[in-house]
Design a binder for this molecule. Structure first.
Ligand code: HEM
Length: 493
């Protein structure tokens, strides 16, 4: 049976507590409060063209070098709520790291996602993840994006999802039964979940049977984790030994690995995602080149991994906090029993759907949608000049009291008929984005997370690590629980 080593646990906790960051540096809380009260000198992004009737976007630069990073990384959606209520839906943050216009509220999100006149390109993401994930689907634009998306869509049709779901279940059942530690408040859910979703990706994405090719899989998984971390680096230079440089090295390793695998998989009829991308073609017979598959696989690993880790972790946290919802979900799982699961059986777990929506409303894995204006345009009557980064924030929209009753309360029934609060505005609830770049892996991700939760609820009762425990999230990238999220797994049988 798996156990936790006390020295390893203590070292891990010390690292979490004492590695300096904007979230744990002494005095940061007081500084954050002071910054929220500070009126920084106002500036105009650009004067609107004469006679256009448009308003100029106003903004400020925040602190030298750091801009508003402290408020953003510490407060996340709470800081954006502060901006929305004090400055309105369109405001300019002239940060030296990433100068951008914040486009707040669902009306602004609608303009960005629908992108009716093709005014906004995906290149808003480039400064953040471009060097590590370039030519991934999310970073392609317009006709080229549509061309690639049509081919990739074939890898996510229902018949393919059937095969992936079966493989996800194989990995999840094995990991939860053998590797997770019961009855121990030191068990950290977030890193355990992250490891499990990597194990899932090794099989479902890369075609390695669980327990095989251990050394190679570990090397690839480590390289992958390094590229993801590099996207969040504060010092952004390709000079050793900085995180950014390590990310570039890791990207090379991933390219070499996938190039070699594509050569092998072209001839195979496997049902892992890599093999499927090698076989798949659109209705006109267009296929991906080897280089396309390498770029898409590296991006897909990233797009699938932290998002599903975050979703499953947040759900488990809220279920531990809300035993009545936990029991309601378990009752549905008990009706399915311990046999193999498939898409039809997972569809019967309706309470889990409500809990998933509510969890990613409150802790939204992808907080931002980053875009860049490709020409002068207007956003809700404000003038946006060509080349401006514009960011919509679903993480904020999911908490606006004009759409959500008592927004900070965990209340999954708000998504059920007759309340259906998510339908009050087409863009009030967009955890998977919207428009032509809406998440292509949404169904896959939802199935994966439901398999995880179903197996977890059948085996354990989830309890908070201690009475009154409340998680704190680090909003530096995707929301991450700062202490790794301790949780107690009580075996049910
Ligand atoms: C389960 C949690 C997930 C969440 C919350 C999530 C969220 C998102 C969001 C918000 C976007 C849109 C970004 C934008 O507008 O710029 C997106 C795009 C994307 N996601 Fe997901 N995702 C999840 C899982 C997955 C999975 C499992 C995969 C792959 C298997 C995946 C692959 C993609 C891809 C390829 C795109 C780009 C689509 C395009 O540009 O056409 N995602 N995701």
């Amino acid at each position: 049976m798996a156990t936790i080593s006390t020295p390893d646990y203590l070292i891990d906790q010390a690292k979490r507590r004492f590695t300096p960051s904007i979230n744990n540096f002494p005095g940061m809380g007081a500084l954050e409060r002071k910054l929220l009260r500070t009126d920084f000198p106002q500036r105009v992004l650009a004067e609107p063209p004469a006679g256009s009737g448009l308003k100029p976007v106003m903004g400020d630069a925040g602190l030298p070098v750091l801009g508003h990073m402290i408020e953003m990384f510490r407060g996340g959606p709470e800081y954006l709520m502060h901006l929305y209520t004090t400055k309105g839906p369109v405001y300019y943050a002239d940060s030296p790291v990433l100068p951008a216009v914040t486009a707040l509220g669902p009306d602004a999100a609608q303009v960005i996602y629908s992108n009716r006149n093709k005014d906004y390109s995906q290149q808003g993401w480039t400064p953040v993840i471009g060097p590590f994930f370039h030519r991934g689907l999310m970073l392609l634009d317009f006709d080229e994006h549509m061309f690639h998306r049509r081919i990739m869509q074939e890898a996510f049709v229902r018949t393919r999802l059937v095969g992936y779901t079966e493989q996800v279940d194989t990995v999840v059942s094995k990991v939860i039964a053998n590797d997770w530690v019961a009855d121990d408040p030191r068990f950290l859910l977030y890193p355990a979940m992250k490891q499990m979703t990597l194990d899932i990706a090794s099989m479902v994405f890369m075609g390695h049977e669980p327990g095989t090719d251990h050394e190679l899989v570990t090397k690839v998984n480590n390289a992958f984790t390094t590229t993801v971390r590099a996207g969040n680096a504060i010092i952004r230079t390709g000079v050793p030994p900085f995180t950014w440089w390590r990310g570039l090295q890791a990207r090379k390793l991933l390219e070499n690995y996938f190039q070699a695998r594509v050569k092998e998989q072209r001839a195979s009829q496997g049902n892992d995602l890599l093999s499927v991308l090698c076989q798949t073609e659109d209705e006109d017979g267009n296929k991906f080149s080897d280089a396309d598959i390498v770029n898409h696989m590296i991006f897909l690993m990233m797009a699938a991994h932290d998002t599903s880790t975050s979703t499953a972790t947040t759900m488990a946290y809220y279920l531990a906090e809300n035993p009545q919802w936990q029991q309601r979900c378990r009752d549905e799982s008990d009706r399915l029993g311990d046999g193999p699961v498939d898409i039809e059986s997972l569809e019967k777990l309706e309470s889990l759907d409500l809990v998933m929506n509510e969890s990613i409303r409150l802790v939204t894995p992808v907080q931002w949608a980053m875009r860049r204006a490709v020409r002068d345009t207007d956003l809700l009557g404000y003038h946006i000049p060509e080349g401006t980064n514009v960011i919509a924030y679903p993480g904020l929209n999911h908490r606006l009291p004009e759409f959500w009753t008592d927004p900070m309360t965990f209340d999954p029934d708000r998504f059920a008929e007759p309340r259906s609060e998510h339908k009050k505005h087409r863009f009030a609830f967009t955890p998977f984005g919207g428009g032509s770049h809406k998440c292509i892996g949404m169904m896959f991700g939802q199935l994966e997370v439901k398999v995880i939760m179903h197996r977890l609820l059948r085996k354990y009762r989830l309890e908070p690590a201690r009475p009154g425990y409340q998680e704190k999230w680090d909003y530096g990238g995707m929301p991450v629980p700062m202490d790794g999220l301790p949780i107690i797994l009580r075996p049910l049988r």
